[in-house]
Ligand binder design. Sequence first.
Ligand code: G
Ligand code: G
Ligand code: MN
Ligand code: NA
Length: 255
Amino acid sequence: LELGNQLRKALQRDNELQMYYQPQICIRSGAMIGAEALMRWHHPQQGMISPGRFLPVAEDNGLMPELDAWALTSVCRTISEWQQQQRQPVTIAVNITQPTFVAGGLVELLERLLQRYQIDPGWLELEITEGALLEPTPQVLDTIAGLKNLGVALAVDDFGTGYSSLAYLHRYRVDKLKIDRSFVSSIEKNEEGRVITTTIINMARGLGLQVLAEGVENEAQLAFLRDNHCEGYQGFYFSRALPRDKMQRLIAASQ
Ligand code: G
Ligand code: G
Ligand code: MN
Ligand code: NA
């Protein structure tokens, strides 16, 4: 409860919560193609608190929609600066959770942000988990259609770990699959991991979707992904999530 109240207050201030950015790399060219925005909480007494700890607190306190809105706003403000320095869009992905879809208002919020910060929607991607897509209620369908209408890309996060109904890939016109890092880490360990990874890559490519591997930690995993024509990757092998200024320098150097 204590931490919940502190998180509620942190959402009102603008120095405790920060977005960090993990680079995403094109496997063929080695070029930086984007980044995933990941939230960090610099707690005044407890120091850095990871999302693994504060996201459940946010959920228990009904703060997920507010937290997702905070992340989107912060990222849009950052994109409005970064897009000045670049010729080509660099995709910045923001995680959006199920409660935010249920709460409604996501399309309207994004519309306001794109307008206020004059953002080229090509810069923005939303990551949603399979769970959020599972129940095709009219509201979820409307939200997805509205997002696509704004020109914002959709990626399915942690792909392969949810209750996959492959039908939704078509129904929702998602743009990208992110191969869950549990599969990537099993590439070197067992044949199942390799089969699942290549199957996801082939399915994505067959459906005309982009495909990006998460949690790449070493050259062996990267070589396997390259040999099997995966397009992009992120992971500690290239970089952890970086503070905004470091990411800005990487982006500036990327074109
Ligand atoms: O950042 P880290 O590497 O520890 O992320 C742990 C988990 O927290 C991941 O599942 C990630 O999707 C989630 N996460 C990190 N930042 C955000 C955020 O800004 N919004 C939401 N909804 N989830 C986030
Ligand atoms: O669930 P989501 O994909 O949004 O979460 C991203 C999470 O994965 C973050 O917690 C991030 O810190 C973590 N992560 C990113 N790269 C790696 C990696 O190479 N190895 C491991 N173990 N975790 C990673
Ligand atoms: Mn993610
Ligand atoms: Na993920």
